[in-house]
Design a protein around this ligand. Structure first.
Ligand SMILES: NC(=O)c1ccc[n+]([C@@H]2O[C@H](COP(=O)([O-])OP(=O)(O)OC[C@H]3O[C@@H](n4cnc5c(N)ncnc54)[C@H](O)[C@@H]3O)[C@@H](O)[C@H]2O)c1
Length: 448
């Protein structure tokens, strides 16, 4: 990486902007008030910045403006305080307020198309709105996960069409969000933040901005490198989860307990990291992001074989869970066609209220398709609408457990009393080892 610039040698607009960051008088715009954008906006407001959130959803704008929280990782009280108490956080749908901002942070979705290719429509739409109103001296920072090259190849030309030049008139950076929803230990503030920009002035300006609220900022030499860091991190998880999922399927065939094997392997004090199998991967990141890299690699005539293989194995898991459920029922003299199955947990992971891309959706669908009568309980998701099904969470009662031929744990939420579940279920398939520590008969409580 090139040497950092001395702020004293920067041109006046960049130095002025950096001073505004240090004095906390810069106006911060956050576009996209979702899982990433809202916590970020609150964090900046908490340290004294005046923040304006932009969202195309009038409902979200109204909720933020009323101090009404809808994101699990945001503290209700803190949101109310920065909105209603201190008046430091506002929300709007009016793009014409963009020029008031000194920095514009973009946190909009980056989904895949039906053919598993990147869908950059949200980034493009927002960049076009910014470009129409771009003024000298602004920093634009993209936080959405995307393939290496997006900031330079997609955003920069759109922004420079304004006639302004990056690094001279305005600044452009990429800094991936690493938030782990539901993680009580690591929040936006204490999670190291990677920052990359492809010209040295933009990089220094972006570093100065992020250093105001993040404890440790990690500069890299270009926006492409920062984009690659983020897709690599998620690919690393996807590949390792696939490895343990494959091991789980092999252990099932060999009649070995994969959890026992992984627990024992995890006692090695070096050279191993713990990953756990499960019913498949979900959320906005792991199932999607590696495909962004896979797609970009093709431009370089390169096949990312690990990504393809991991995707194949992880996507196979819902079917494996359905087959194992069918086998278990059959061992107990029941056919899936006439069985009542109670699913515990439809969120894609523990202790969050997010059902996006959850493997539970496919498993519920596969079971229903084969004639099973399926209900679910999730303390965090009262209604679940996927694959044309529209279900409401049933209360977790003795009656609900007793009536089920099979209880199927798909998400290991902490709020569920697993001893109670084990006591009243007739047959249980636990894909998360949520019953760890609960004394039980392993004929009745079967692990993935
Ligand atoms: N959720 C996570 O755990 C997580 C973690 C790290 C990175 N990311 C990445 O961050 C990005 C955002 O993810 P998210 O989970 O916050 O998404 P989200 O769906 O929760 O929020 C996105 C917000 O953007 C708004 N929006 C969409 N298009 C817009 C437009 N044209 N103009 C203004 N607002 C618009 C939506 O209304 C929504 O409020 C994605 O690239 C994702 O991959 C997500």
């Amino acid at each position: 990486m090139s040497n950092p610039l001395n702020p004293g040698t920067l041109a006046a607009p960049a130095a002025e902007l950096m001073e505004k960051f240090m004095d906390r008088i810069a106006r911060v715009g956050v576009v996209g008030l979702g899982y990433v954008g809202l916590p970020f906006a609150v964090e900046k407001a908490k340290v004294g910045f005046r923040v304006l959130g932009f969202d195309r959803s009038p409902g979200r704008v109204a909720q933020v403006a009323a101090g009404d929280n809808y994101i699990g990782d945001v503290n209700d009280q803190e949101l109310r305080e920065v909105v209603l108490g201190q008046g430091l956080l506002e929300a709007t749908g009016d793009w014409d307020r963009l020029p008031e901002m000194d920095v514009i942070v973009i946190c909009v979705p980056t989904p895949l198309t039906r053919n598993l290719t990147p869908d950059l429509q949200y980034i493009q739409a927002v960049t076009e709105e910014v470009a129409k109103r771009l003024r000298p001296g602004q920093l634009i920072s993209l936080e959405s996960t995307t393939y290496p090259g997006t900031t330079q190849e997609v955003m920069k030309p759109l922004l420079e069409a304004s006639g302004l030049r990056v690094g001279r008139d305005f600044y452009l950076a990429f800094s991936p969000e690493r938030v782990d929803p539901g993680n009580k230990r690591y929040s936006t503030r204490n999670t190291n933040k990677v920052v990359g920009a492809s010209d040295p002035v933009s990089r220094e300006v972006a570093l100065a901005f992020y250093r105001q609220t993040i404890l440790h900022v990690v500069p890299v030499s270009s926006s492409q490198a920062a984009e690659m860091v983020k897709v690599f991190e998620n690919t690393f998880r996807a590949v390792n989860i696939a490895l343990v999922n494959e091991l789980a399927m092999l252990c099932d065939r060999m009649d070995l307990d994969v959890w026992e094997v992984l627990d024992a392997a995890g006692t090695k004090p070096f050279g191993i990291m713990s990953f756990y199998p499960g019913p498949g991967v979900g959320g906005h990141c792991i199932p999607l992001d590696p495909h962004y890299l896979e797609w970009k690699a093709r431009e370089f005539n390169f096949n990312t074989r690990f990504i393809a293989l991991a995707g194949e194995i992880n996507r196979r898991m819902p079917e494996f869970v359905m087959e194992k459920a069918m086998r278990l029922l059959s061992d107990h003299g029941r056919g899936l066609r006439t069985a009542r199955v109670l699913v515990l947990g439809v969120a894609y992971k523990k202790d969050i209220a997010d059902p996006r891309e959850s493997p539970s959706a496919e498993i519920l669908h596969l079971l229903a398709q084969r004639g099973a009568w399926v209900t679910y309980h999730d303390p965090l998701i009262p209604r679940f609408q996927e694959y044309g099904h529209d279900l409401e969470s049933v209360p977790l009662t003795v009656k609900a457990l007793d009536e089920a031929d099979l209880v199927l744990i798909l998400t290991d939420h902490s709020a569920v009393d697993y001893a109670f579940v084990v006591e009243h279920a007739h047959l249980l398939l636990d894909t998360r080892f949520a019953t760890r520590g609960v004394p039980c008969d392993r004929q009745k409580v079967v692990l993935l």
